[in-house]
Design a binder for this molecule. Structure first.
Ligand code: NDP
Length: 287
């Protein structure tokens, strides 16, 4: 007897939460995408360009950024600019936001996506590496958010934080990276609550990604994975959609990310063993 109303409630919730995405939602919007010289960030810049957005992209390698900007303009971006430099420098993080203000006078969407180089292996005890990675993968995200919030409050904008299954679940061989991604969840989930309490119309979407077939992932982790990565172009589109629809969290690919998260809270030991068994751990040699 109790099952019927419960299923009804679940179905009603599913339909209620399904607002349609339309590419026009991004037309003329002013968007910063960090880490957009390659991988998922580059694909996000191209999707935004096709949708007619203004884009400001960042990374360290100027030559790659120039190519991405050229391609964005060919695809129909309302405007396309870049700023290059390393995000371990908090001044750069703030300058990127100032540049958006100068270029457009405001900002609608901040997509935080860049990551610094790390190893895929047993934790090597290097504390300095974790400090540097926290600066690039976490503190610069906070610095950009602080600088961008006044403009985002004005526009009723959104912040998209690109994270990983390794930011929700303990996965071996990525301890420094995982620490930075867990930090993002803690900071941005807390900030989201404060924005809601204060009725501030800025959304925060945490994007939890599984294995995606980018060049970096192919080089570093693909030999240990038993399945190929999901397509980066589709992943990039799902991130933009989730931000435009102001979702709380995105899980992509849905089942490979969502199901482990559901198991995590019920039987964490079982999930830990599933993860160890899903990796070709014998292929990781302690360096
Ligand atoms: P890529 O390695 O392809 O891209 C990383 C980007 O960050 C590049 O544009 C790179 O450009 C830039 N970057 C690197 N170091 C710095 C630095 N010190 N300062 C500023 N920018 C820097 O990554 P992916 O596309 O694979 O990943 C994108 C996001 O998705 C990341 O947040 C990642 O954690 C997340 N993710 C990816 C998964 C995957 O399987 N690919 C899985 C789960 C999450 P440059 O070198 O020129 O600076």
């Amino acid at each position: 007897k109790i099952l019927v109303p419960f299923v009804g409630l679940v179905l009603a919730f599913c339909f209620y939460s399904k607002e349609d995405f339309k590419p026009e939602m991004l037309k003329g919007k002013r968007v910063i995408v960090t880490g957009a010289s390659t991988g998922i960030g580059e694909q996000m810049a191209y999707h935004l360009a096709r949708m007619g957005a203004h884009v400001l992209i960042t990374a360290r390698t100027e030559a790659k950024l120039q190519k991405v900007v050229t391609r964005c303009l060919e695809l129909g971006a309302a405007s396309a600019h870049y700023m290059n430099g390393s995000m371990e420098d908090m001044a750069l993080a703030e300058d990127v936001v100032k540049e958006a203000k100068q270029l457009w006078g405001g900002l609608d969407m901040l997509i935080l996506n860049h990551i610094g180089y790390t190893y895929f292996n047993y934790f090597d005890g290097d504390v300095e590496h974790i400090r540097k990675l926290l600066e690039i993968n976490f503190l610069s995200y906070v610095a950009m958010t602080v600088s961008a919030l006044p403009m985002l409050k004005e526009s009723g904008g959104s912040i998209l934080v690109v994270s990983s299954t390794a930011g929700k679940i303990g996965i071996p061989f990525v301890a420094p990276y995982s620490a930075t991604k867990f930090a993002l969840d803690g900071f941005f989930s807390s900030l989201r609550q404060e924005l809601i309490i204060e009725n501030i119309n800025v959304s925060i979407t945490l994007c939890i990604l599984g294995h995606i077939a980018t060049e970096t992932a192919e080089k570093t982790v693909s030999h240990v994975m038993q399945k190929p990565g999901a397509p980066k172009k589709e992943c990039a589109l799902e991130i933009i959609k989730s931000g435009a629809l102001r979702k709380r969290e995105l899980y992509y690919p849905y089942t490979t990310v969502r199901i482990p998260l559901l198991i995590r809270d019920w039987t964490p030991e079982f999930l830990d063993s599933l993860i160890r068994n899903s990796l070709n751990v014998e292929k990781v040699k302690r360096s």
